[in-house]
Design a protein around this ligand. Structure first.
Ligand SMILES: [Ca+2]
Length: 275
């Protein structure tokens, strides 16, 4: 990794210059918000703004666990500050769960500090990360489920390990990757794929989330296939102060993004982390 990027990462982690956005999951039966997925962004003018380069840089620097923990902490604190309803879906990198420095009590301690019961938190584990040690992951996940958290398999169908993870981890949710949802209204193969995931999930007592719903046509098809929980730009964008009522006719405008240059030279005044 080049030095500039390493410095930028160091800066972002040190001063926690990260923003948490929340994207609602909508329950199509009640038309209400079911919960929110927390999504993290770096500063808007940084090469590490988008999640992927940020995660890649942290992985290369051996600081993935640190990044994960900061993201999680911010997501939980802000969720409670905003008093958001429903469940909080947190992306947790399986590699970070498997890191030797992983401290399992950390999240529980934080939740009790902000009085958020673990039963309202869903840990999303992506299937996109190649894994070689399922036993370690299973042990980490068992810790969470014993403590009362729920588990979701994220990006189902995007990688190679989805069905294996599903059978090993016995999640409460599977989130179907947006690839299978986009243009489902005109694609029979995608429709059959989603239909069979729905059938399998129903028999296993697992809830299905369709991600990446961007059009009314796709939304109608996914609903007709019996998928109850939905997420996507067609329904609600990720925002730092997201909608609470899905039917609300207002749009909350996004506050200006954090810019790195605002903080260089003015670090002391920067209110990054509310403790
Ligand atoms: Ca996710």
């Amino acid at each position: 990794m080049d030095q500039m990027l390493a410095d930028e990462l160091d800066y972002i982690l040190r001063y926690r210059v990260l923003q948490t956005l929340y994207q609602p999951l909508i329950d199509s039966v009640t038309s209400q918000v079911y919960g929110y997925e927390a999504l993290t962004r770096g500063p808007s003018n940084s090469a590490l703004h988008a999640p992927l380069p940020l995660i890649q840089a942290a992985t290369q620097a051996g600081r993935l666990f640190e990044l994960d923990l900061i993201c999680r902490e911010q997501a939980i604190r802000r969720f409670q500050e905003l008093g958001l309803p429903g469940k909080l879906f947190l992306n947790v990198n399986p590699l970070s769960l498997m890191e030797p420095t992983f401290r399992p009590g950390e999240t529980l301690r934080l939740l009790s500090e902000v009085a958020l019961p673990p039963g309202r938190v869903v840990i999303e584990i992506t299937e996109q990360q190649p894994l070689d040690d399922y036993d370690v992951l299973k042990a980490a996940v068992a810790h969470y489920t014993t403590a009362g958290f729920e588990i979701a398999i994220d990006d189902l169908g995007a990688g190679y390990a989805g069905l294996r993870l599903w059978s090993e981890l016995r999640p409460s949710y599977v989130k179907i990757d947006h690839h299978f949802i986009e243009n489902i209204s005109t694609d029979n193969v995608k429709r059959e794929f989603v239909r069979s995931i729905g059938g399998m999930a129903a028999r296993l007592g697992c809830k299905v989330v369709a991600e990446g719903i961007e059009t009314a046509e796709d939304y109608a098809v996914v609903q007709s296939l019996g998928v109850r929980l939905h997420q996507g730009y067609h329904l609600a964008r990720p925002l730092s102060e997201p909608v609470r009522n899905h039917n609300a006719a207002y749009v909350v405008s996004e506050p200006p993004y954090i810019r790195l240059s605002d903080y260089f030279g003015g670090l002391k005044r920067y209110p990054v982390l509310r403790r």
